[in-house]
Design a protein. Sequence first.
Length: 338
Amino acid sequence: MTRRLFPASPGVQVHASTLLPLPGRGVLVSWFAGPHEGHPDTAIRVLRRADGQDIIVDLFPGDAQPHWNPVLTWGPDGAVWLFFKRGHRIDEWTTWVAVSPDEGRTWREPFELVPGDRSGGRGPVRQAPVHVGSTWLAAGSVEEWTTPRWDCFVDLSTDDGDSWRQVRIPLDHAATEGAGCIQPWVVPGTETALVMLARSTAGAVFRSVTDDPAVWPELRPTALPNNNSGIAVVDLPGGALACVHNDAAGDWGARSRLVVSRSDDDGLTWRQVAVLENGTPGGADGAPTAAGATGIVTTGDGEYSYPSAVLVDDELWITYSWQRRSIALARLPIDELG
C-alpha cells in the first residue's frame, strides 16, 4: 500500500473527501475545509494532481454559508461535475453543482440541483451517481435533527440530470436504535441488480437489495460493524464487494481504526482483509465530543474516517480524513483483498 497526505493549514479542519481519477493516472480530490464543521467560512477545496503538478483551489469562498460533502463525478456532458451541500443546518441543506469543462482546471458558477427544494438536500451525499441502464441514480439521505429521524433515498434521473425523482428507502424506525440510516452507497450485485449499504446509528451497516432502482425493500442490519460514520463501497472484479469503514460499533463510536472488509455474497457476510490505519496507540479514539444539526464537534485527534473509494486499473484508490489535519490518498492493490 502507498499513501500520500494533503495537509491543511494550521487551525483548519478538513473532512468528507471525494476523488475522481483523471486520464493518465491523474486525480481530482475534493473536501471541505474551514475552522470546523458548520462554520460559515467552511468551503469546498479541490486538488488537481496531473502532469507532475498539484493545483489546489477553494471554490466560491466568501459565501457566508457552510459548504459540505463534495461529490465528484463525470457528468453526462463529459465534463466534471462536483455536487456539494450548502446551509447552516444539515436539515436545511440545499444541493448545488459546479461544472468544470477542463478536468478541474477551471469551474463555472454553481447551480442548484433541484431548484426550490428545501427537504434537506437532494442528489448524492457521499457516493458519485451510478448509471443503471438509461437511469442516473444518486444515493442520498436526509437528517431531521429535531426528532431526530434519518432516512436514505435514491434520486433518479432519465434526462441527464435535468430533473430528479426521489424514492425513499423504507426503514423500521421503531426497531432501529437511534435516528436511523444515512449516506448510502449503491453497487451492482450478483444475485440482485443493486445492493445498497448505509451508515447507521444502530451499530451496524444496513443493507437493502433490489432489481428495480425505483422499488427498494426495507433496510436491515448486517454483521458489519458501524460507528455512525461514513463508509465507502466498491464492486471488485468477479463480483465481490469491498467496504472501507471504521471497525468499531455504537452510535458516535471510535473512528480510530480504518479497515477494508470483503463480501462474496452481496454484502450479507464480511471478512476483514486490510488495515489502512491502526489508530494512535494510547491516544484519542477520534470519536466526536458532540453532534447536532450544525455538525459534529471534534478535535480530530486519533480520527481516520469518512473514506471515498474507486477502482483504478488493478488498484483500489481510497481517500479519507487523517485526524482532520490532512486528507490521505491510499492505493491498495486489489490482489491484496482476496
